[in-house]
Each structure stands twice: as structure tokens, then as C-alpha cells.
Design a protein around this ligand. Sequence first.
Ligand code: 48H
Length: 255
Amino acid sequence: MSTFVNPVTDQQASRLILRHYCQALEKAIESDVIIVGAGPSGLICAHDLAEKGHNVTVLDRHLVPGGGIWGGSMSFNYVILQKDVESILKDFGILFQEDEGALVVSSVAFASKLIFAVASHPKIKLFNLVTVEDLHSVENKVTGVVINNSAIQMSGLHVDPMVLTAKAVLDSTGHDAVLANLYSQRAKLNITKQSFMNAVQGEEDVINNTCMLAPGLFVAGMAANNVAGGARMGPIFGGMLLSGKKAAKLIAEYI
Ligand code: 48H
């Protein structure tokens, strides 16, 4: 007597996964916005754009999205946010404690809630284990990204990539500012390494440095500070959320 009334066969599992992954990937060939990097700035930007009705594709090279949130500070798994962003935490159902006028949040809960909101949004396709290795461009506008499977990319095998296109692309790849650097290999772009740690300054910088770098190419989060020489801010995350929100507004106005 078996437990399952509807057992799933091996063939079914393979067929269903292939069908649904390929359907999602096919839709992502042409989306409104591609977000590269599923850290806090990219996740918030994706969610805001999707809430406005845009079709968004989010790509991250790692197995687990969330970027630098998970590790907290020196592996102590809490992050700190300014009281000014309390309403954003409430929007995502992220619990916090107020202490010394700041908000203290479990980094695991913070990452999980943001990822859940993005991964389960009907207007967003989220692909992990996908590395962006180049930009797609038509008539001097950035019009998409060149992608490969992260395992293939890491192995160094020569396997040709695929292209996903969009009306706008966001570089939210954190400290590496991958897309900005790829762009600057082909066209003039002033990239200044991020500055020393100074949390109060860095949190202002990251919002001010969020911008359109070139037609169709936007930058947010730590990547924005890397491009423009903004300060680091360690485990303080309010600026990342507000940078993602600013990027969503700029992108929505552009597309
Ligand atoms: C696909 C890629 C690629 C690629 C990278 O680092 P992140 O968390 O980014 P932000 O800017 O949203 O948040 C920064 C924050 O986490 C942080 O590091 C802070 C506050 N530091 C302060 C300090 O002083 O150090 O996430 C970037 C994501 C990661 O998940 C990468 O895997 C992904 O981008 N990524 N995805 N293709 N080529 N490169």
C-alpha cells in the first residue's frame, strides 16, 4: 500500500523541470528590464519595477541569491538599517528590533524575505547560477546581456553563450561593478575605485551615485560607489534599499 495517490515518476520530474525552466528562459529573451546581481539593491529594484507592471529578469551567478546580506558583519548574522527605511522593512514583512535609534535585523531573515518576494513575483523571472559575461548593444545603447551557465564559466571551458535582451539593464553586481567595467572596455567611462570605509558618507554616496551610466545601462548599490569612488559602509543596508528604489524610478522613466 503506497502513501502517494499521485506518485511522481523520474521521467515526469525531468520533463516538468525542463519544460518550465525553458519556458521561463524563453520569456526572458525579451524583457523590459534585466537586473544583474540579486543583492539588496538589485532585489529591491526588481520588486519595485515589477510592482509597476514591468517584466523583469533577475540574474545572479551564485547558487543562492542575496549577495552580501547573508554574512552580516564579520559572519555575525545581523545587519543594521536606519529608522528612515522602517516602512520598507514592513512592506516586506521583515521583523526588526529598534536599538540606539537604529534597526537591527537578522541577515538571514532579511535575505530570505527579499528573495522570496522577488522569486515569487509573477512579473519577475529569477535565474541563479547564471553569469553575465558581456553586454549586448545596438546603436550605442545597452540592449541586453550575454550569459553563460556559472559552472561552465567557472570551469573555463570554451562554450558559447546566449543573449537576453531588454530596454534597460541594471548593474547591481556589488563591489565588482561587472557591467560598468565591461562597458568601459569599449567606451569612455570614468571608473574610480570605491573609497575608504565611512558609513555615514557611504550611505549618502550610494544613493547619489545611483544613475544611468550610458544609454540603457544603469548602476545601483555598491557597484555605483565603485564606479564613482563613494565610501564603503560595512553592514549598514538602508542605502542599498534606497539605491535600488532610485534605480527603479530612473529605469521606469527611461523605458
Ligand atoms: C551575475 C553577478 C555577477 C555576474 C556579481 O554584493 P551585492 O550584495 O550587491 P549590492 O550592491 O546590492 O549590496 C552590497 C552589499 O551586499 C555590500 O556588499 C555592502 C553593503 N558592503 C559594504 C562594504 O563596506 O563592504 O550582490 C551582488 C550580486 C551577488 O549576488 C553576485 O553573485 C552577483 O551580484 N554578481 N551575477 N553575473 N557577472 N557578478
